[in-house]
Structures are given as C-alpha cells and as structure tokens.
Design a protein. Structure first.
Length: 202
C-alpha cells in the first residue's frame, strides 16, 4: 500500500498493491494494522461500512456529521468511476475551505482517507457506480450537516454538465459555507502535527 499526500494535510490517497495475472487480479483492500502504521492514525478504528449505487450524473454531498458524531471516512469505488471531493471545515485549520478532488475507479483501485472535520461528496462519471466507505463513528441522523454542492467559494468542478446533474431535493437546498460557519471542535479528531506547529508559530 502506498500513501500519497494531498493539498489538505490529513487527507490521503491510498493505492493498494495489485497482483494481476491471466486469471484477473487480487489485492488487500483494507488492513487495520497496515492502515494505522501507514497513516500514523492509530486513533482511527472503523466501525461501520456503507455502500451506495448511483447512475451517471448523480452528485451526492457535501455531507458531514457534527460532533460528537463526526466521522473519519475511507472511501473507494469498486465499480465504475467517481470524482470524490473533500472540503476542509476544521476549526482553526489553515486550509479551512480548501478542496481536494480525486478520481476513484475500478481501474485505479484508489482509496481516499478523510479525517473528521471534512465535508464529503462525489459525482458519478461512469454509467453506473458502486461507492463504498468505512466510517469510524456510527450514523446519527440528528448530527447531519451539509454544504451546498455548487457553493461558488469552493469552486468545485464536478466534471458533470449542469443539465445532466441528478441531486436530491435536500442537497439542492444545503447552506453555503459562509452561512454555515465553522463547526465546533470535531470530537477526538486532531489536526496533523504540521498544522499544529503552524498554529503555534502563527
């Protein structure tokens, strides 16, 4: 497994080692031991797996859970192709409001890790896609939060034409980031060491 850093500290791309031959391929999609060792996040233990199926043009997001039910997520797309998006909404983060977009697909086998304090969404770029994600906290409806997918301050290119987008009525009415404001400290989520050092030196 290889770890690739992104422009948001704490958000990582994970690329598994894939073994292929004439029969097909095999790879280990998750090991808690290896995940903790690779990311240094021994405080993250996943407790719930979710799966969705969507057709081309579907945009889901930007969602998160508020403390004390904030969630870290490890996401992948085993069937089809999606554009996965993370938005930093961590209180005190120097990259607050910054976005990272990563293509996840059945071809590249990539996964994206999002720590607590991220808003998350994805768009479907293939005719059909199955999306899976592991969470380190349980779903809590009363803790749901969201930001509008088309918030101009985030400048997200979902790579789907506007007239082809399919959204829930709920996601069409989410607040802007500026209206939402910064959430409270996100439970046991911690800023990475380099961000903590940045804050001390500021």
């Amino acid at each position: 497994m290889e770890l690739i850093k992104t422009e948001i500290p704490g958000v990582f791309i994970l690329e598994p080692k894939v073994f292929g031959d004439s029969r097909g391929y095999f790879f280990e999609s998750f090991s808690q031991r290896d995940f903790n060792a690779l990311t240094g996040r021994d405080d993250v233990v996943f407790v719930q797996d979710n799966e969705s199926r969507s057709c081309y043009g579907v945009v889901r997001g930007l969602h998160f859970q508020k403390p004390p039910y904030a969630q870290s997520k490890l996401v992948r797309c085993p069937v089809g192709k999606v554009l996965d998006v993370a938005v930093d909404i961590r209180k005190g983060s120097p990259t607050y409001g910054k976005t990272v977009s990563v293509e996840l697909s059945e071809e590249n086998h990539r996964m994206l890790f999002l720590p607590r304090g991220m808003a998350h969404g994805f768009s479907v770029l293939s005719s059909d896609a199955i999306f899976q994600y592991k969470c380190d906290n349980y779903y809590a409806k009363e803790s749901e939060g969201a930001i509008l997918y088309s918030d101009s301050s985030l400048n997200i290119d979902w790579q789907v034409p506007a007239d082809k987008m399919i959204l829930s009525d709920k996601d069409k009415q989410n607040p802007l980031l500026i209206d939402f404001g910064r959430p409270p400290d996100s439970g046991r989520e911690r800023l990475p060491a380099d961000l903590r050092a940045h804050r001390r030196s500021a």
